[in-house]
Design a protein around this ligand. Structure first.
Ligand code: FES
Ligand code: MG
Length: 577
């Protein structure tokens, strides 16, 4: 427990809006009354913002309309005054060109909503991929007491007697359809069965990864991150989250006391123990930098090397998030990680992470493996460096065919996504299973927005020969539900003239996961010549948000935040007059 004195009502931030005796507060009070509230509803109470990322086109958050009422119930119960603030929803399946283009927009919106309105504390409602890091980034910059309410995964998909996993099985059955192994009718059956309830993707995609990372970081109530969205335990968790934030305000328990360097390391260890999404690397770096913590990619590699891979969840493993919950859930996993975590880190409930997971048991030990029977001794992520990626690249080798972990092959280069889409299935494309597919112009600036194009499709003629994996390299990201030998986040990206821009057809590329190497086997002289002949591509945007994005986005190894949003001089509180 914190040793700080409890806040007094006159010390609340919202007191400046509601409590003082002047013309402005008269205005705020009379306008609150206009909404039907009486003095008893707010006087002397913490105002709790609820940043709700619900909208009509985000299937992962479709239960948030109901959940937000459950959060409010908890806030009222505990003597707070709830204030729902809807924010942009980043709906992974629908928003184009990629939700990653808008992560920083939601982060800015979260921060500025909290700054501009009379919030004393905040409940962050998110879960679909980028919403989690975005909400947390904004809350870190504002640094008011904050608690995260994860959307939770959807229940399992089901078709023809088979469990379907989000994302992963779309790619899998799409490849089977293209190879002629399933019918159009089968494919429509998959479409009907793969997403059946509200909630996020239920494989170990970015959503499940980031929700569990948020819990490991101390930002959720214990056990929240693994409760399926459709389970009534999820509704009760929402209400408990509402109750708890009110107390956090009185205790003045802020994100800066929770999201420390050790807490970030806990999140990294958790991610790698789950075979988590490669996207988490970008997001955790961005969150850490918001908290003023420098975080190098090599830290991921070091933690991955010493952390066992325990969660047997697709796409790296066998099960899905619903099974994970029944197997003991996130608390059981964290408990099993033992001293692989910093157990003394503070969490939102005022207790340490170690206290919160103490005694949690693994119920099904094939789903959550005990350390003695780990899926592998090391975590699933590796950071590669070399002449093709001087600032690093990332691979989730746990989801790759081990025969490609050490591989040298000739490049087949696509200059952008459209070039790839046009030529990949061309029967005359000079490609074999040993080729290395290279995609350029898919990074933070080049994509733009670093889209999830990193799992390049296998050329159809190779699919028909039974090939299901190849080495693929890009400056793009890949969905956490994707799999294969995909080297991602190559930095610097090709759009800014990184070595990836200089690769030509036939160049030999060396991948060595164990040695953490990614090299372009072309002489320095030749590369210097190519660099001199390289001309920077035209910017994508001339105006609007796109232009802001383009001018301020940082590279993947720096987290793809806007340089102007990273930690710096504190932004002043608004004047109230
Ligand atoms: Fe929302 Fe996957 S699409 S979590
Ligand atoms: Mg995704």
């Amino acid at each position: 427990m914190s040793s700080k004195a409890r806040k007094k009502p006159e010390e609340l931030r919202s007191h400046r809006w509601f409590g003082v005796d002047d013309l402005r507060s008269f205005g705020h009070r009379s306008r609150a009354k206009q909404m039907g509230y009486a003095k008893e509803d707010w006087a002397g109470k913490p105002v709790i913002a609820i940043v709700n990322t619900w909208n009509d086109i985000n299937p992962c958050h479709s239960h948030f309309k109901v959940r937000v009422e459950e959060v409010k119930r908890g806030i009222w119960q505990a003597g707070g005054f709830p204030m729902e603030l809807p924010a942009i929803s980043l709906s992974e399946p629908f928003q184009k060109p990629t939700t990653m283009l808008y992560r920083n927009l939601l982060a800015m919106e979260t921060e500025e909503l909290l700054r501009g309105y009379p919030a004393d504390g905040v409940v962050l409602m998110g879960g679909c991929d980028k919403t989690t890091p975005a909400l947390i980034m904004g809350a870190l910059s504002m640094n008011l007491p904050a608690i995260f309410m994860p959307a939770g995964p959807m229940l399992r998909g089901y078709w023809n007697g088979t469990v379907l996993g989000s994302g992963s099985d779309s790619w899998k059955y799409w490849a089977e359809l293209r190879a002629g192994n399933i019918t159009q009718e089968d494919w429509e059956g998959v479409e009907d069965g793969i997403a059946r309830t509200p909630g996020t993707c239920m494989t170990m995609g970015t959503a499940a990864t980031m929700m569990c990372a948020a819990e490991a970081m101390g930002l959720t109530l214990p056990g929240s991150a693994s409760i399926p969205a459709a389970d009534s335990n999820h509704a009760r968790m929402a209400t408990a989250t509402g109750r708890r934030i009110v107390e956090m305000v009185w205790e003045d328990l802020k994100p800066s006391e929770i999201v420390t360097e050790k807490a970030i390391e806990n999140a990294i260890a958790t991610v790698v123990s789950m075979g988590g999404s490669t996207n988490s690397v970008v997001h955790l770096v961005a969150m850490a930098r918001r908290a003023g913590i420098p975080l190098d990619l090599d830290r991921f590699d070091a933690i991955s090397r010493r952390t066992p891979f325990l969660a047997n969840i697709r796409p790296s493993g066998k099960y899905i998030m619903e099974d994970f919950y029944y197997a003991g859930g996130i608390r059981a996993l964290l408990e099993e990680l033992g001293d692989g975590l910093h157990r003394d880190c503070m969490t939102v409930n005022g207790r340490t992470l170690g206290d919160n997971v103490a005694g949690a048991r693994i119920i099904q030990d094939d789903v959550i493996r005990p350390r003695a029977n780990a899926l592998s001794k090391e975590g699933g992520l590796a950071v590669l460096r070399g002449s093709l990626a001087p600032d690093g690249a990332v691979i989730k080798h746990s989801a790759a065919d081990p025969k490609f972990w050490k591989h040298t092959g000739p490049a087949v280069v696509f200059k952008d996504y459209n070039d790839m889409a046009r030529r990949i299935d061309d029967v005359n494309l000079d490609v074999t299973e040993n080729s290395v597919l290279v995609l350029q112009s898919a990074g933070p600036k080049g994509g733009p927005g670093m889209p999830e194009w990193g799992m390049l499709p296998i050329p159809q003629k190779l699919l028909k020969q039974g090939v299901r994996d190849m080495v693929r390299i890009s400056d793009a990201r890949m969905s956490g539900t994707s799999y294969g030998t995909c080297v991602l986040h190559v930095a610097p990206e090709s759009h800014v003239g990184g070595p990836l821009a200089l690769v030509q057809d036939g160049d030999l590329i060396e991948l060595d996961v164990a040695g953490r190497k990614l090299n372009l086997l072309v002489s320095e002289d030749e590369l210097a010549k190519r660099k001199a002949a390289w001309t920077p591509p035209k910017p994508h945007y001339q105006r609007g948000y796109g232009a802001i994005f383009q001018n301020h986005i940082t590279q993947a190894d720096k987290g793809c935040d806007f340089d102007i949003l990273e930690a710096g001089e504190p932004t002043p509180e608004p004047e109230i007059h």
